[in-house]
Structures are given as structure tokens and as C-alpha cells.
Design a protein around this ligand. Structure first.
Ligand code: HEC
Ligand code: HEC
Length: 164
């Protein structure tokens, strides 16, 4: 794929994925600095193991109480802005996890494992580790995703690769 198309896709992914949070606090750091000392080390694991979606949005599995209510009540001591960013991040993780579950898991058992074993970031482009494939381009033809789902999936895989 030529560089212009790559850049175009990279930009559209960023625009798509974080429309309102671009200039704001980094959601990974918010979780890591304020939540991880008591909860699971990574936001992705916390969301998939401890939270579910109900009619009232994202809620704790144990309590059924909306996460936003917890945070607004002072749990974790976040500012209102940090709360907004973190909730958006949780929703993104939740939605994309569901997409992977629906469309990919039959053939690739787990997004995190799959990304770590088969993929690598080269110049910030998600690439097949052994195939050297441009994954953004590949997913337009693979896994029966529409274009926006494909972008979302690239973003998900990228985040998996950025987690240390
Ligand atoms: C000082 C420790 C501590 C910190 C820091 C902390 N929590 Fe908690 N949190 C707990 C404890 C203890 C519970 C209740 C037991 C449980 O559900 O794990 C809890 C419960 C929760 C629940 C409810 C889970 C359920 O199933 O109902 C959510 C959601 C939550 N925390 C989110 C967060 C987020 C997000 C942050 C960071 C902004 C955070 N917590 C920071 C200790 C902490
Ligand atoms: C029906 C089975 C099947 C489904 C469903 C499927 N894949 Fe795949 N996928 C494969 C196979 C087989 C390969 C290896 C093909 C190859 O290397 O030519 C592959 C390769 C890939 C690669 C490239 C890996 C590399 O090393 O280059 C990516 C990325 C990928 N899949 C992501 C996904 C995502 C994301 C989904 C869900 C949207 C998905 N796949 C759904 C079977 C599947």
C-alpha cells in the first residue's frame, strides 16, 4: 500500500476512534494511574471481566450499578473530564470486544493473544508479523467487516499491541 493511503487510513482511524477526546487526557493513563492499583492492571481486562452493558449503560457485574454513578460519586477520585474520557474508553473496549466475539473469535481465539502472536507495529502501522501484511488494508477483504468496523478493528488490534 502506498504511503498516502496509509496515512489517510491512519488519520481516519484516529478521527473515527476518538472524535472528542483527541486533545484530552490519555484514557490508558487515567485507568493505570487511578484504578489499576486496586483493580486489574489493564483497562481491557477490567472491562471484559468486571463490567457488562445493561439498559443503563455500562454497569458493574457485581452491583449492577452504572460505572458512571460510581465515578461521579467520587470512586477513584477523577475529574468530570477524566470520567467522560474513561467512560468513552470503556464503551469502546466493550463494543469492539463484542465485534471480535461475533465475527472473529471462531477462527482467532482471543484478540490480545492473536495480536501478540501474529501482529506487530511497524512505524505505527499494524502489520502481519510474518506476512508483512498491512492489516488495515487486509481487513477490508477479510472477516466480513464493513469499512467502519474494519477501522475499529485495526484500532483495537493496535491498542493490544501498545499494551505493555
Ligand atoms: C483504593 C482502591 C480502589 C481504587 C483506587 C478504585 N477502586 Fe473501584 N473498587 C474498589 C473496591 C474495593 C470495590 C468493590 C469490590 C469490587 O467490586 O471489586 C470497587 C468496585 C468498583 C466497581 C463496581 C464493580 C461492580 O461489579 O459493581 C467499579 C465499576 C469500579 N470499582 C471502578 C473503578 C474505576 C474505574 C476506578 C478508577 C477510576 C476505580 N474503581 C478505582 C477499590 C478501588
Ligand atoms: C473463517 C475463519 C476466519 C474468520 C471468521 C476470521 N479470520 Fe482472520 N484469518 C483467518 C485465516 C485462516 C488467516 C490466515 C490467512 C493468511 O495468512 O493468508 C487469517 C488472517 C488474519 C490476519 C492477518 C494475520 C497475518 O499474519 O497477516 C488478520 C489481521 C486477521 N485474520 C484478522 C481477523 C479479524 C479482525 C477477524 C474478525 C473481523 C477475522 N480475522 C475473522 C481466518 C479467519
Amino acid at each position: 500500500m502506498n504511503g498516502f493511503i496509509q496515512i489517510g487510513i491512519a488519520i481516519s482511524i484516529i478521527v473515527w476512534a476518538v472524535p472528542s477526546t483527541a486533545q484530552r487526557a490519555n484514557p490508558h493513563l487515567i485507568y493505570e494511574e487511578n484504578c489499576a492499583s486496586c483493580h486489574l492492571p489493564h483497562a481491557g481486562d477490567f472491562v471484559s471481566e468486571k463490567l457488562i452493558v445493561s439498559e443503563s449503560g455500562i454497569v458493574g457485574k457485581a452491583s449492577g450499578r452504572p460505572v458512571i454513578d460510581y465515578l461521579k460519586a467520587g470512586h477513584g477520585e477523577l475529574s468530570d473530564e477524566e470520567i467522560t474520557v474513561l467512560i468513552e474508553q470503556f464503551e469502546f473496549i466493550q463494543e469492539s470486544g463484542r465485534l471480535f466475539q461475533e465475527k472473529c473469535i471462531i477462527c482467532h481465539d482471543n484478540a490480545a493473544e492473536f495480536a501478540r502472536q501474529k501482529l506487530i507495529l511497524r512505524d505505527d502501522i499494524v502489520t502481519g508479523r510474518y506476512t508483512d501484511r498491512d492489516v488495515a488494508e487486509f481487513l477490508l477483504q477479510h472477516g466480513r467487516l464493513d469499512a467502519s468496523e474494519a477501522q475499529k478493528m485495526v484500532e483495537v488490534l493496535m491498542r493490544q499491541l501498545q499494551v505493555k
